[in-house]
Design a protein around this ligand. Structure first.
Ligand code: PNS
Length: 162
């Protein structure tokens, strides 16, 4: 059985993330969506809330699990005997950061491969940060996040503004 980990901050999950998860499912038998805890990042949602939002979007799928992990991705991959990390690559601007992470993860866990799926052209510009910025200014984010979590995001953005 081949297992992939789709890691990220997912703060919040976007249709771009969900596209990558869906495409990873076609290649791997089991996909673990791992919400990684980054203590340096100020997030809109807690890690547990981000897990819940992703679960809300994908529903119950036998081949997908959503977890959160506070630690090194390379260690988590080892614990779960994962074969590969699968990430979306949007543009050249992503490359250097992703390249550094992939090389680091390979050093830390030589058994682990990193695979990049090129994002769909319509999602090239999309990121969680962009979604938060648009929502923060009262803009329409309905084309960027699944409808089922639209209100969760709006409510949290308004609450965070006080
Ligand atoms: O969605 P993001 O913020 O681009 O995801 C980055 C993430 C969470 C995949 C990355 O920061 C990560 O793997 N964090 C876990 C800690 C870790 O393993 N760091 C070393 C990798 S270079």
């Amino acid at each position: 059985m081949k297992t992939a980990i789709c890691p990220g901050s997912f703060d919040p999950v976007t249709i771009g993330h969900l596209d990558i998860i869906g495409r990873a499912r076609k290649i791997f038998d089991h996909v673990i969506v791992a919400v990684m805890v980054n203590p340096k990042k100020n997030t809109l949602f807690t890690a547990e809330e981000r897990v819940t939002l992703i679960q809300k979007c994908i529903g119950n799928m036998d081949d997908v699990e959503v977890v959160c992990f506070d630690g090194l991705l390379a260690d988590y991959a080892r614990i779960r005997s994962a074969d590969a990390i699968v990430k979306g690559l949007r543009a050249l601007s992503d490359f250097e950061y992703e390249f550094q992470q992939a090389l680091t993860n390979k050093k830390l866990n030589p058994q682990l491969e990193t695979m990049f799926l090129i994002t769909r052209s319509e999602n090239m510009f999309l990121s969680s940060s962009i979604v938060k910025q648009i929502a923060g200014f009262g803009g329409d984010i309905s084309n960027f996040v699944p409808a089922c979590i639209l209100e969760d995001i709006k409510e949290r953005i308004y609450a965070s503004k006080g």
